[in-house]
Ligand binder design. Structure first.
Ligand code: SAH
Length: 261
């Protein structure tokens, strides 16, 4: 399980926090760190704070966008110190660890995403996540240091991994053996862009005033946990709708041309 978990830090500004995160991960047996457009270098302070978890720092993957960091993940969880505008599935760290254990047993990679020290994750970034985790704190002092939040999450992952490994192997997300893997972020995103374009083509969505339609549809599909085959079926339907729309467009153009004759 722990090998399937990626810790993603977005725009981290203090190198010490990157080092402390690596230490927290190594203590708990996690090793995959991804830094999204970091604003701090892996410098002497990072290495010192990592306290002999340098290997994790040296292996850390640096990417330009959150989308790139989570592209191959079947379960993406965003962490947040406060609740946001559109309600999103919310778990505590322990529930998250149980969900991660199941996802891992079903062959999925899992991303745990952590935000900027100053402002956390943006709403758009949080919407890319299947679910959110809030570490329960007192209400009026809810923001942990990012490396300490990573420590709490990695501890819960470890606890789940060592608790009942045999049980996790047998358990599946749906109570039965599933036939296809969950769609990963890249496949789900491709499907959602296709859906968006189709809705624009048929005049359902005005690209200039999209409001929250796409966020709500994204939430629906992420909540359902669609698999790769379901994504293919949906994309097949969208392509058919788009083809039909084109045919109708051509026919209408022909009628218009006929009118003007
Ligand atoms: N001021 C920011 C907090 C940033 S703390 C805000 O209000 O959003 C930096 C990061 O640490 C957060 O983005 C989140 O990833 C993590 N974090 C801090 N406190 C947390 C909490 N109580 N639960 C879950 N994650 C938390």
């Amino acid at each position: 399980m722990l090998d399937n978990i990626v810790i993603v830090m977005v725009n981290t500004t203090h190198s010490g926090n990157i080092g402390a995160a690596a230490r927290a991960m190594k203590n708990m047996g996690l090793s995959q760190l991804v830094l999204v457009d970091p604003k701090a270098a892996i410098d002497e302070e990072a290495i010192q704070r990592s306290s002999r978890a340098e290997d994790i720092l040296h292996q850390a993957r640096i990417v330009a966008s959150l989308e790139e960091a989570i592209a191959d993940c079947g379960l993406v969880v965003g962490t947040s110190a406060r609740s946001r505008y559109i309600p999103w599935p919310l778990m505590n760290p322990r529930e998250c660890a149980a969900k991660a254990a199941m996802a891992s047993a079903n062959g999925n990679k899992i991303a745990l995403v952590f935000g900027r020290e100053s402002s956390g994750l943006t709403n758009d970034e949080l919407h890319l996540c299947h679910a959110h985790v809030h570490i329960p704190t007192v209400e009026d002092f809810s923001s942990l240091n990012v490396a300490q939040a990573i420590q709490v999450m990695c501890y819960e992952m470890r606890l789940a991994a060592i608790s009942e490994p045999a049980l996790q192997q047998e358990e599946s997300a749906w109570g039965v053996e599933w036939d296809y893997e969950l769609a990963n972020h890249e496949q789900l995103n491709g499907m959602l862009h296709h859906l968006e374009q189709t809705m624009v083509d048929i005049g359902f969505l005005d690209p200039n005033t999209p409001k929250q339609t796409m966020s709500r549809l994204r939430r629906l599909f992420q909540r359902a946990g669609v698999d790769k085959m379901e994504v293919n079926i949906l994309r097949g339907i969208f392509s058919a709708v788009q083809r039909q729309q084109k045919v109708q467009g051509v026919q209408q153009d022909a009628v218009k041309t006929g009118d003007s004759d």
